[in-house]
Design a protein around this ligand. Sequence first.
Ligand SMILES: [Zn+2]
Ligand SMILES: [Zn+2]
Length: 250
Amino acid sequence: MFSHKKAQKAQKMNLTRAAEYIYDAVLTLAYPQICVICGQSVEQRRFGVVCETCWKGTRIFTDEEGICLKCGAPDQERCGRCEELAFTAARAAGSYEGALRESVLLLKRQPYVPRHIETLLTEVARRELLSRSTRVIPVPLHPKRLRTRGFNQASIIGHTVSKALALPLDEVSLVRVSITEKYRAGMDTKGRRDTVAGAFRVACPRLIAGEDILLVDDVFTTGATVSACAEALINSGAGNVFVLTVARAR
Ligand SMILES: [Zn+2]
Ligand SMILES: [Zn+2]
């Protein structure tokens, strides 16, 4: 009985996948998507605005080997720059370059996460330690900025991740109380940390007490923003704060 159900489920999955391919093919014919990097046609919608070849040229972090265990910096087991950051661990799908960079830039203009990014993010979130998360919280925007921008890209990522991992999405507990200046080029880690320090506040401590938070954002640069969020969350009773981003800028 059980295996019969399993077989039915597998068949259903295959049908869904087949339907996706057909959908891809039809969409590609009707609205050809041109790769924003190389100009070739993007043959599968799940790749978003970048073709498969350009995706292959983008660095994806496939395992935990040789990365900083805390902040996820590649090629350095202990980066020596993340001791003061307040989160437990941070991981990204890959480097802020090529396909990931283009996808992040697009996400600032369109509230849509391509299937391939969803798959990459889910894979990262299912690895230790992030797999211990019990609740998804996107890095919030200040309400004023939300009004001018229309949507919060971290929230779009949060919706996707929460659905894929079947974890509750929490957009009420953490709020942004000050509008921080856009990062100025050349601003160092300390400068960035000072700008966002105290920018976040926990509005519903009851909801996050003892929870292991999966904090999501688009890009990890110095870690100052997610660290300020983590500090507020931990000070209000959260257990661990794990950070998940689409890309890592350094
Ligand atoms: Zn391309
Ligand atoms: Zn580190």
